[in-house]
Design a protein around this ligand. Sequence first.
Ligand code: GDP
Ligand code: MG
Length: 297
Amino acid sequence: MSAYHCGFVALVGRPNVGKSTLLNRILGQKISITSRRPQTTRHRVLGIRTSPSAQTIYVDTPGLHRGARRAINRYLNRAARDALRDVDAAVLVVDGLRWTEEDDLVLESLRQAAIPVILAVNKIDRLADKSRLLPQLETLSGKYRFEQIVPLSALRGDNVDALERAVELLLPESEPYFPQDQVTDRSERFMAAELVREKLFRHLGQELPYGLTVEIERFKEEQGLTHINALIWVEQASHKPMVIGRRGALLKQVGTEARRDMEAAFGRKVFLQLWVKVKEGWADDERALHSLGYRDD
Ligand code: GDP
Ligand code: MG
């Protein structure tokens, strides 16, 4: 029998290229929230994929981006760079339809980290003209000494297994670090907050203010039911009615969908209550961020 492999792999890329979608696809379940809006991912999430030959521990990173002015953006950039320390390899995810300056920025941080990089060219399902794929891959191969270039569709699952095999080849020989049935190191409490945030992103679309966060105030088992109270923090009083919606319709919808996902993820009944509260200027304030759980770890 050949040796087992295990190691850490950073999933990097500018916002919105499909990193969270890819991770969820690899793991076969939703552990990382996705949306059309950039900056959906704010925390490091470990996704653990165990195969007969290797255990790959994926780190989902917040996209590196430029606005370093606000405390929240500084936190995000720090978290993204920290994710590159102590990994065995990285998967750079790009949108197959376009390469931007932000992609250059991410590639530069990988160059500095000096780790092996696999390029995942995502969203190939959107390439109308498939004959453009080869020349496009040719161009991308000139940007860096990638270990491999894998075109794929995270959304449809096309060629994702090829990426997984390529990644496994870069992992060191080691026994698995986690039990084989463990999919993430994140708590149910954390996932509950993420699921509420995902539904808000989905329903508010362009109207959603960035300064919005979710805090789980209570997470308790009682009489065979998981009781969850979630506080939705907004930055301004004027944002509150947007989140609540007409006669509470939006908040109700968010609550119903988040509860369903929680029940599917936790495998039991959930009683979910949502509250909207105002905390002015939290995204600018390092201390307020800290109290809401945005910590460097
Ligand atoms: P992240 O910011 O890199 O984590 O990106 P997300 O995973 O949140 O995805 C951003 C958007 O791209 C979402 O609307 C996804 O549904 C969409 N998306 C992700 N992967 C694919 C893909 O393979 N094909 C298409 N057409 N859309 C995708
Ligand atoms: Mg993401």
